[in-house]
Design a protein around this ligand. Structure first.
Ligand SMILES: Cc1ncc(COP(=O)(O)O)c(C=O)c1O
Length: 456
């Protein structure tokens, strides 16, 4: 193994593929074993932990998702965990696998920007007081938009037995430059997950999980990780993490500084473009965010005749620019350490030219309706294993949801399996059915029908 024997099995027509395959090896002598690391992999993990200031780090070869699932499996079915509603959908997978009982905290949509840009720490602290039996708090920090919250204030209020876990999927580069937001580990979180492939030169699926010095029972976490990880981990992915770690230790600071300076310069230029607003440091006063990743460029459309979805399409078709995310009233561009000044300039010029072409005197509406409050009848795990049936949306009033439905933006699931579908929820689903918002999750994307728990 592998069957391609060092790339020979791939046609010579694809020399690059053959080249990658040379690194695609398996656990033979000298290459260590991810499930029992003692040699090369152990050394590489120790170096990774050192680089991030962790007690211990683990490779994830199946993305940040597998680290999130492992943390929930570590907690187990008797645990209660506080979770803001705007977490990535892999968290709901973790809830189903583990049986953990979620205590949801509503995510506050900023009314000025129509986005969820931070965690309401005060609400988390209030909820901790209300449920002292809670085992952990699970948060996303930074948000997809690169904004961070004051998570250290949450750490300060935790009891000795309680833990803070952070999905830091988008913050794998923060550790290498002090002017970038503080890392979860620096803020005192017990564990953090970095989706390294998102922001560092790491192959897709390459991620890592760190535990801090205050994390207990690491063996239990390792067992969960090992169970959820393939017995054939990809060596190219693991090697790319090791190479990225080495690169960041040697050149990370300089590269991040270069990118930060470009961000300051070009954000400043983009702010002068009429019809759009490029947000930066002022987000701290507008929404109380703690830190901002300079590599996420949030453009809100104020006075254009086109919406964010059209803007994204024009950028792709006419300027060869792919943005990371778009919504009715915004686009989010994601820059990397490896973009040069010419790339930032191309983005700036494209935005300036489109804004001039589609300028309008009318203010674009930014209000994004928040979903109504949810009422949980079954845990996600109980709901997952229950029988389901499909009914029309109108018929589902008073029933229990059998599927997950999220709307982007604001990126908050309005229904998770096990929650009551009441009249307010039906009205909200009807509203999103007619809007151009992006819907994620349901089997019937048109929302004419919905899966419910079959209670017969
Ligand atoms: C905030 C957040 N967490 C977790 C994930 C899952 O990461 P991965 O795709 O590496 O499994 C994503 C992916 O987009 C994400 O945005």
């Amino acid at each position: 193994m592998p069957g391609h024997i060092g790339g020979e099995g791939f046609s010579a027509e694809y020399p690059e593929f053959r080249c990658i395959a040379k690194f695609d090896v398996t656990e033979v002598e000298g290459l260590d074993d991810l499930h029992m690391p003692k040699e090369a992999i152990k050394n590489s993990l120790d170096l990774l932990a050192q680089a991030y200031g962790a007690k211990q780090s683990y490779f994830l070869v199946n993305g940040a998702t597998s680290g999130i699932h492992s943390l929930f499996m570590y907690l187990g079915p008797d645990a209660k965990v506080i979770i803001p509603r705007n977490v990535h959908r892999s968290v709901y997978g973790g809830l189903i696998l583990s049986g953990v009982h979620p205590i949801y905290v509503p995510s506050k949509v900023n009314t000025e920007l129509g986005l969820v840009l931070n965690t309401d720490e005060a609400n988390i602290i209030r909820t901790l007081k209300q449920y002292p039996e809670v085992k952990a708090v699970f948060l996303t920090n930074p948000t997809y938009y690169g904004t961070t919250s004051k998570i250290d204030t949450i750490v300060d209020t935790l009891d000795k037995q309680q833990m803070l876990f952070i999905d830091e999927a988008h913050g794998g580069h923060f550790a290498f430059h002090p002017a970038y937001p503080d890392t979860a580990l620096q803020c005192g979180a017990h564990a953090a997950i970095n989706g390294l492939h998102k922001t560092l030169p790491v192959l897709t699926q390459g991620a890592c999980l760190h535990i801090n010095h205050n994390f207990v029972l690491a063996d239990r976490l390792f067992n969960a990780l090992s169970m959820l990880t393939t017995t054939s981990p990809s060596y190219p992915i693991m090697a790319s993490i090791d190479l990225a770690r080495s690169f960041m230790q040697e050149h990370g600071y300089a590269s991040l500084e270069y990118a930060r300076e470009l961000s300051i310069k070009y954000r400043g230029k983009m702010r002068l473009i009429k019809g759009i607003t490029c947000y930066g440091e002022e987000l701290k006063s507008i929404c109380g965010v703690q830190g901002i990743d300079p590599l996420k460029i949030l453009i809100i459309i104020d006075e254009l005749t086109i919406d964010g979805i059209q803007l994204s399409r024009i950028l792709r078709q006419n300027y060869d620019i792919q943005v990371e995310m778009e919504g009715e009233h915004f686009v989010l561009a994601m820059m990397s350490l490896f973009h040069h000044e010419e790339h930032w300039n191309i983005l700036y010029k494209a935005l300036a030219s489109i804004a001039a072409q589609y300028r309008s005197r009318k203010k674009n509406k930014k209000e994004v309706a928040s979903p109504p409050e949810q009422i949980m009848y079954l845990t996600p795990r109980q709901a997952y294993f229950a029988n389901k049936k499909t009914v029309s949306l109108e018929e589902s009033v008073g029933m229990i949801a059998g599927e997950y439905i999220a709307v982007y933006p604001p990126g908050i699931p309005c229904l998770v399996p096990g929650e009551l579908i009441n009249k307010e929820m039906i009205d909200y689903l009807k509203y999103i059915r007619t809007s151009s918002l992006h819907i994620q999750g349901p089997y019937d994307g048109s929302l004419k029908t919905i899966k419910i728990i079959d209670q017969d």
